[in-house]
Design a protein around this ligand. Sequence first.
Ligand SMILES: Cc1cc2nc3c(=O)[nH]c(=O)nc-3n(C[C@H](O)[C@H](O)[C@H](O)COP(=O)(O)OP(=O)(O)OC[C@H]3O[C@@H](n4cnc5c(N)ncnc54)[C@H](O)[C@@H]3O)c2cc1C
Length: 502
Amino acid sequence: MAISEYDVVVVGGGNAALCAALMANEQGARVVVLERAPEEERGGNSAYAGGTMRIVYHNAEDIYRIVPDLTPEEKANSDFGEYTEAEYLDAMFELTQYRTNPDLAELLVKNSRETVTWLQTKGVRFEPSYGRHAPNVGGKFKFYGGSTLRSAGGGRGLVDGLYAAAKRFGIDVIYNAEARQLLADDDGVHGVRVRINGKTTEIKSSSVVLACGGFEASPEWRSRYLGPGWDLAKVRGTRYNTGDGLKMALDIGAQPCGQWTGCHATEWDLNAPEYGDYAVGDGFNKHSYHYGIIVNTDGNRFVDEGADIRSFTYAKYGKMILTQPGQVAWQVFDSKVTKLLRASEYNSKHSHKVSANTLEELASKLGSEGVNKAQFLKTVNDFNVAVMKDVPFNPSIKDGRGTVGLELPKLNWAQALTEPPFDAYAVTCGITFTFGGLKITTSGEVMDTGNKPLRGLYAAGEMVGGLFYFNYPGGSGLVSGAVFGRIAGGSAALFSKSASLH
Ligand SMILES: Cc1cc2nc3c(=O)[nH]c(=O)nc-3n(C[C@H](O)[C@H](O)[C@H](O)COP(=O)(O)OP(=O)(O)OC[C@H]3O[C@@H](n4cnc5c(N)ncnc54)[C@H](O)[C@@H]3O)c2cc1C
């Protein structure tokens, strides 16, 4: 077979693409991966990710099987609890306001643990998310909310593990390979037109898997679909996800699906660069906001910081920041909670931080940063007075310690800001990925606008439409990429096999 002819072309070089490639390879297909980025920036958003994996598990034994190298001490100090299919499905339905495609959501949930086990067989290592999703309460890490595991080394560890596996299995990977067009006719898709190191060529194949991300890295597409102001968001991850795969598919009649006006966006350090920084990864996060209050430059709170557990709120709060004056807000904490703040995010030298020994001094410092000083002090004082006194603070559960009498309540983890020093961290909106995608079947085939499969075309990862709307349960992006990547890769390989028999 010539280099320009494969059974399966996989467009993209992140988690979904590599899972598709490895699965197609398992089925005996000759596979090539086309990664737009240069090798040193390979891996898409997956490489910037924290690596959190939301999976179903029933007990500690399930965790021990996926993390076989836990020490007896770690086992003794960890309360893993369980995370059931029902809880995962509830999260998918409730957070998406009952819009998620039930068939896709079910595939995600039911395949979550098995898929992570499969990743393990490919050489990816996992570890419990100590310090991220489990506060240390009385010397024991108590996990809750389903985000119990992460890939060792975060997203970078996951991606490096997958590329190492691709190499071991003889899968061709071409870097600096920007797919630009699908080769298609009335019989379906037959390959891609791609620019490799600046030279355009064609690669023929029986099937194509598109796993080349959403349009989060294009300010033009963001303002076109997400709306005004979204061009001003910072991009948390790769600069290469500019909607190319979506455009290529729509150009040949693929059916758009899901919430094209929706995206995953979080509170992100104001100092962060325009696109993700490979060396810092998700270190620009500011995800402990539920232990303090968030104010805008008018000095007002504008969101319930403690509405729910972090992994059920963080993906929608970026949008709240984007709509504040100057797209800026300040997370404010007192020293009672300093030890609960995620160290990798709040101790980072990149943080835009202001500290003071009194609230008045903090107000003055924030005043010189453009915050309304008098209103800030009033907001803090009103908040402090409103905090419940009779419900104990407990970071390991939704503690119900809220505020009373505020127009905008805080429902959980409310504590008066009284203990100096006081710290304020400036955040803006960081976009992670877009929710709008392509309509696929449960076999990963892309459907056309007439609701018929586009023969030979498959999609996975961020390109799948209809899974996420409005919000997102943390840790389901990587699992979704792996689950639907495997499905798409397996189906593409089967399709190629049957095509070669005709
Ligand atoms: C900072 C950050 C932290 C995150 N943390 C987590 C987490 O802890 N847990 C979690 O579940 N999710 C997390 N996510 C989300 C998660 O990373 C994504 O949902 C997931 O990685 C998407 O995988 P993907 O393979 O679809 O896309 P990507 O990994 O983005 O891969 C897309 C690939 O397509 C390539 N590409 C684009 N255009 C072309 C083209 N024309 N031709 C060829 N290749 C092209 C890109 O270069 C890239 O390699 C995080 C994301 C970010 C940015």
